[in-house]
Design a protein around this ligand. Structure first.
Ligand code: CAA
Length: 261
């Protein structure tokens, strides 16, 4: 059998209007190497450009969503090498994907794995999921946004605790901290995430994109600017066919049929 590095590192499927990406380097608990990053990004761009897809789910295995960036790939790097050839830069592109991305997290989401989950728009976790930023134990610190996104979603106290001690928290604590949107039994994880994605994919696609953009604006702008951005997007939604369909359907007491464009 070929080694992990000579074959695809992910599985890519279409489930009706949902694009599903399954991280697939089981021997290293889905450690995020450069090839996996490139393959995930290529799949995300493909789904984002495809009108038949309305939402995306990223998942791993029952044992690990991802146990972090690939330590074997990084161990001998120097500052100058990483600075000249940034092996993490592909991940920076995830935030430019316009369609919603749900992380379905079972097992370990550590280091870069936790950061990848935080890069997604929301996280559905199984009861056995574990989140942490253990980079400090390796003599480094988070590098794919953990110090920033964890602080945004969980606040300074827990972010400092996790980043500085390297301790891991379970799904219940992660949910209480605002890191995770929903916690479900392990057997229901993928189904729950796919159902949420199917629901989203059935709505007025331009409004879905605008809604994601509006929420994300809260992390970049002042309240006044964010509110203005939201109001303009709200007004822009009235330029879409789906707004007419959604509102007329409500008033006619029938189900809306969105044409997803
Ligand atoms: N990189 C490379 N290989 C990894 C890995 C990683 N992040 N995590 C696990 N693996 C490999 C192990 O080396 C092991 O390989 P072998 O079978 O060849 O020995 C295999 O996956 C299975 O792992 P374990 O035997 O360690 O499994 P376990 O059940 O005993 O422990 C674990 C599971 C607690 C998750 C443990 O694997 C672990 O601590 N992994 C590393 C977690 C970590 O430090 N992540 C941060 C990485 S740095 C980072 O992510 C930087 C960044 O922000 C960008």
């Amino acid at each position: 059998t070929p080694s992990d590095d000579t074959r695809s590192t992910i599985l890519v499927e279409r489930r009706e209007r949902v694009g599903l990406i399954t991280l697939n380097r089981p021997k290293s608990l889905n450690a995020l190497n450069r090839r996996l990053a490139a393959e995930v990004l290529a799949a995300l761009h493909e789904f984002d450009a495809d009108d038949r897809i309305g939402a995306i789910v990223i998942t791993g295995s029952m044992r690990a969503f991802a146990a972090g960036a690939d330590i074997a790939e990084m161990v001998d790097k120097t500052f100058v090498e990483l600075n000249a050839d940034d092996i993490l830069s592909d991940w920076d592109q995830v935030r430019f994907i316009k369609k919603p991305i749900i992380a379905a997290v079972g097992g370990y989401a550590l280091g870069g794995g936790c950061e990848l989950a935080l890069l997604c728009d929301f996280i559905v976790a199984s009861e056995d999921a574990q989140f942490g930023q253990p980079e400090i134990k390796l003599g480094i610190l988070p590098g794919i946004g953990g110090s920033q996104r964890l602080t945004h979603s969980a606040g300074k106290a827990l972010a400092m605790d996790l980043v500085l001690t390297g301790r891991t928290i379970g799904a219940t604590e992660a949910k209480a901290a605002g890191i995770v949107a929903r916690v479900v039994p392990a057997g229901d994880l993928l189904q729950t995430a796919l159902e949420a994605a199917h629901t989203i994919a059935g709505y007025n696609a331009p409004a879905v994109r605008m809604a994601k953009e509006a929420v994300n604006r809260a992390f970049e702008a002042s309240l006044a600017e964010g509110l203005m951005h939201e109001r303009r997007l709200f007004q822009a939604a009235f330029a879409t066919e789906g707004q007419k369909e959604g509102m007329h359907a409500f008033l006619a007491k029938r189900a809306p049929v969105f044409r997803n464009r």
